[in-house]
Design a binder for this molecule. Structure first.
Ligand code: MTE
Length: 322
């Protein structure tokens, strides 16, 4: 995000193959029409290369459909698994699809720490025990202005938090994700302070829309999308959704999230999608709904989930708390 403004995103990084090929033809024609200057912008180099879609995984059983899903058409498996931000596996959009293939996600444990009664190291199987998995088709809006619609499979974060029995001192939840330099080539770059950390206010974490994600399109979550366990908060910019979570800590003070640590003037704690609050380097008024090439879809306040979430921020200055 910091190192790659949206204007630099290559069209080839959106990899629905037929659309990509059509676009290639379209862009070649456009370049010819526009003359030599445009030809330089569509050099073979800029269009070459795309990620490998994830192999299909185990089908998840007993998944209920959720009334909280959007009725918008989801992006394809190919798009969702080849256009990712997961800097532990590299900063290009197709890097995670290339370098996370051998990532080992079993066995997996999550440490629960801080202000709660049930501190322990939990096996993923135990976290999943008794949870009803749901299909949750959510809008997903990145701070870089691209957006997708993703059919996650998950369960409310609140139902896991309740099992942890947070104390009255727990005002925030902090998520820490895996940083394993034997498996994650991106860690060597030092592009971000590792491990990747994110946080939510307790009411945000307990909100029925906030989910722990374990699957995609009814199958086990692909590595590049945050396997085996990530969070998704659909009214916030994507960077709030930590991938491959290994620690959940209940804390009294507002956590400092990784992007805030890296560039506090550009990335805040709240990160609520807001078309009226620009990023210092670009407007947030519109977005590019992948696989479109054009940033022409109006962005909605709270990513379209305002009816459900706006009351949590009543009276807050959203320009200061960006
Ligand atoms: N989690 C970790 N551990 N590392 C990351 O680099 N990137 C964030 C978020 N979670 C990131 C992460 C950003 S910037 C976005 S937009 C989303 O993941 C992207 O999720 P997606 O690739 O599933 O679309």
């Amino acid at each position: 995000m910091l190192i790659k403004p949206p204007s630099d995103i290559r069209s080839s990084e959106i990899t629905d193959k037929s659309l990509y090929l059509n676009r290639r033809a379209f862009m070649r024609a456009a370049a010819v029409a526009a003359g030599a200057a445009a030809t330089a912008c569509v050099s073979t180099d800029a269009l070459a290369g795309s990620g490998q879609p994830a192999a299909h995984g185990r089908k998840l059983e007993n998944v209920k459909s959720s009334p909280l899903s959007t009725s918008e058409l989801p992006n394809t498996w190919e798009q969702i698994t080849t256009y990712n931000n997961y800097y532990e596996f590299g900063t290009d959009k197709d890097s995670p699809s290339r370098y996370a293939r051998g990532f080992k996600t079993t066995p997996w444990t999550v440490a629960v720490e801080g202000e709660c009664n049930k501190k322990a190291v939990y096996h993923l199987e135990d976290i999943l025990k008794g949870q009803t998995l749901e299909d949750r088709i959510y809008r997903h809006r990145c701070v870089e202005r691209w957006s997708m619609v993703i059919p996650w499979v998950g369960f409310p974060l609140s139902s896991f938090i309740n099992k942890c029995e947070p104390t009255s001192k727990a005002k925030f939840v902090e998520f820490t994700t895996l940083a394993d330099d034997r498996q994650m080539p991106g860690l060597a770059s030092g592009v971000l302070p590792w491990p990747y950390v994110e946080g939510l206010r307790m009411d945000e974490a307990m909100h029925p829309l906030t989910i722990l994600v374990v699957g995609l399109y009814g199958e086990v979550l692909p590595n590049q999308d945050g396997a085996p366990l990530r969070v998704h908060i659909p009214w916030k910019y994507g960077f709030k959704s930590g991938k491959s979570i290994v620690k959940i800590r209940f804390v009294e003070k507002q956590p400092v999230n990784t992007w805030q640590r890296a560039a506090a003037d550009e990335y805040g704690f709240y990160a609520n999608v807001n078309p009226t609050v620009d990023h210092p380097r670009w407007s947030q008024a519109k977005e590019r709904r992948l696989p479109s090439l054009f940033t022409n879809t109006p962005t909605q306040i709270f990513n379209g989930y305002g009816d459900q979430v706006a009351s949590m921020y009543a009276g807050m200055d959203l320009r200061k708390n960006f």
